[in-house]
Design a protein around this ligand. Sequence first.
Ligand code: ZN
Length: 313
Amino acid sequence: MALTIGVDVGGTKIAAGVVDENGEILARTRVPTPADPQWAVDAIAQAVRELREQYPAVVGVGVGAPGFVDRERSTVIFAPNIAWENEPLKTRIEELTGLVTVVENDANCAAWAEFRFGAAAGHSDMVLITVGTGIGGGIVLDGRLHRGRFGVAGEIGHLNMVPDGLLCGCGGKGCWEQYGSGRALRRYGREKAAADPIAGKRMLELNDGAAETIRGIHITEAAQDGDPLALECYDELADWLGRGLADLAALFDPGVFVLGGGVSDSGRLLLDPVAKAYEQYLTGGVHRPRAEVVLASMGSAAGIVGAGDLARI
Ligand SMILES: [Zn+2]
């Protein structure tokens, strides 16, 4: 069985693992992401060497990077969190390890893992939506990862949803992730609890009475207790997510939407209202088959497994 190494490069940590053809991780390692962009390259190579010592039979490396990666799966065009710009990562890792290397966008890796081994297994067309601090995504069409002409497809968090809306980290205004992400959920909680402290009592209690520092965890816990205002926050978040899913269905007609990322840890609390809003906004809703909306199942392993598996292709 051909083994590969998958590397998940995050803003704070680099996680790597030996991945087999069934998507199982046989060994893992992780190190903090160095602040210097070139040291980050060295740290990836070091993690690969460490795993290769345990499994000398590995045949290749897949690196999932948080940013724009070119269509040739070779150069990181731009990765703001690591300060990489036109970084020839494939060549560098190959020089440092002697192993054939491919570089992929990290969300594409996660989507591929869900498609091959996770919640979208058995489907031919899927879209992964990662709902974390922002919104990320990956698209698989006809069994193939959709990279686009320049390799940067799937930046779904920056769909322009609201004309002249909230300023986004990308420099644009009104991007989807300003309304449908974990950060947006937090904003809804803070605004609603500040506007109506009596209705927001439960969320406020969980944060020692301070509305302006309420976090997602407080909203989730209050919502799980059935608190109406916290549930309203989730409904607002879900409404925006459902709108976006309906747009994505109009474009790609997938068989399944997979919801991943930290906010999806809240499970049905997120899934049920998103599925409902999606059905409500879907164009031609009653006259067309509808994609399922499901939760991701690969968890934090998705980045490593997807990167490792894409190194085989
Ligand atoms: Zn944006």
